[in-house]
Design a protein around this ligand. Structure first.
Ligand SMILES: Cc1ncc(COP(=O)(O)O)c(C=O)c1O
Length: 346
């Protein structure tokens, strides 16, 4: 247990927080963070002894759960051997083995991998590759991007330029960012025809279309038909990104379609959402007794699915063409007693 400072917080929290800038937060209003001293599976252990279920998977980065024995053993073994070398003229076996395995999972002639360290940087890399691809073909004017209202692609400068310019988090930078072509996600036939016209009109200046396939995550779990992707793909210019967000799914969707993180894995489970959704409920979501039941159900499902996926990879049984599992079901009504709602910890 960490040493307690004044008011029951550990010393490191009160003395260190004064020197920290948080992402996406107004520092004068931001509450002191919750001190975490351990993590296992979907659960976080707090400095005061309580436990939380991490329903957002550490901002959707711990897709296999915390402290996964397979991941932990692989990281420890690699740290002993070679922690890291740059890819500029050097290589290690795991890097190339992973690239080859990922390439094997991709469809068609997609058989190369470029590694990056975050979602935003991967978007920057994808955008840069698209522009360079056209330069290499002698078309230097193709450096704009078509992106969609309610889209979110990250927090670095080029990635910000393809996020929703009005409803998103980057409105302040509107006049500064490169101006992209922002479209509505084409859902109806009319919108689809309009979208094709837009692509044709801008075809000599567009480097790529960027879209979160099937669901816009951070912009509000907004779903669209696979037809939208076909239209984008037909232009031969597409860059695809993917995300999911458990909280927003609970808030907005009648049926929560859950996707796993395995490459090529598709729909994993459909949960009938029993929560009422209206304006007042939006602000009150965390007080609803069923909220934690549904959320825990989804989180446990994702963690279990990730473990099964991991085992399939180890056993060599993973088949990206197989639809993993479709299991309609109602979430349990009573939240487990030991789960502490985040709001009550302040
Ligand atoms: C679709 C999508 N692209 C890019 C990003 C940015 O990822 P990161 O926060 O790792 O930079 C996110 C983050 O939520 C995302 O949802």
């Amino acid at each position: 247990m960490a040493e307690a400072g004044p008011g029951g917080s550990p010393d490191w929290l009160t003395s260190g927080f004064a020197h920290l800038w948080l992402p996406y937060a107004q520092m004068k209003l931001a509450p002191t963070p919750i001190a975490v001293v351990g993590a296992d599976g979907a659960r976080l252990k707090l400095a005061d002894g309580r436990e939380l279920i991490d329903g957002v998977s550490s901002w959707w980065t711990t897709c296999h759960g915390y402290n996964h024995p397979h991941v932990r053993a692989a990281v420890a073994a690699q740290l002993q051997a070679v922690p890291h070398v740059m890819l500029g003229g050097l290589a290690t076996e795991p890097t190339l083995r992973l690239a080859k395995r990922l390439a094997g999972l991709l469809p068609g002639d997609l058989d190369h991998v470029f590694f990056s360290e975050s979602g935003s940087v991967s978007v920057e890399i994808g955008m840069k590759m698209a522009v360079q691809c056209w330069i290499n073909r002698g078309q230097t004017g193709r450096h704009r991007f078509v992106s969609f209202r309610f889209g979110y692609h990250g927090d670095t400068l080029a990635a910000m330029s393809v996020c929703d310019p009005d409803e998103g988090m980057h409105g302040l930078f509107k006049g500064y960012l490169p101006r992209q072509i922002i479209a509505d996600v084409p859902r109806t036939q009319e919108q689809q025809a309009e979208f094709v016209r837009l692509l044709r009109a801008h075809r000599n200046e567009v480097a790529a279309v960027i879209i979160e396939p099937l669901v816009q995550g951070a912009g509000g779990m907004k779903f669209h038909e696979p037809e939208v992707l076909r239209i984008c793909a037909d232009t031969n210019q597409t860059v695809f990104m993917i995300t999911h967000d458990v909280d927003e799914a609970i808030l907005l969707a009648d049926k929560i379609v859950l996707m796993t993180n395995g490459p090529g894995a598709k729909i994993a489970e459909i949960v009938v959402n029993t929560m009422p959704r209206n304006e007042r409920h939006r602000n009150d979501l965390h007080r609803h007794p069923q909220y934690y039941a549904i959320r825990n159900h989804l989180v446990e499902f994702l963690v279990n699915r990730s473990k099964a996926f991991d085992q399939e990879i180890v056993d060599g049984n993973y088949d990206p063409r197989r639809l993993k599992l479709v299991k309609p079901g109602l979430a349990a009504v009573n939240p487990p007693a030991e789960v502490v709602p985040l709001r009550q910890t302040h």
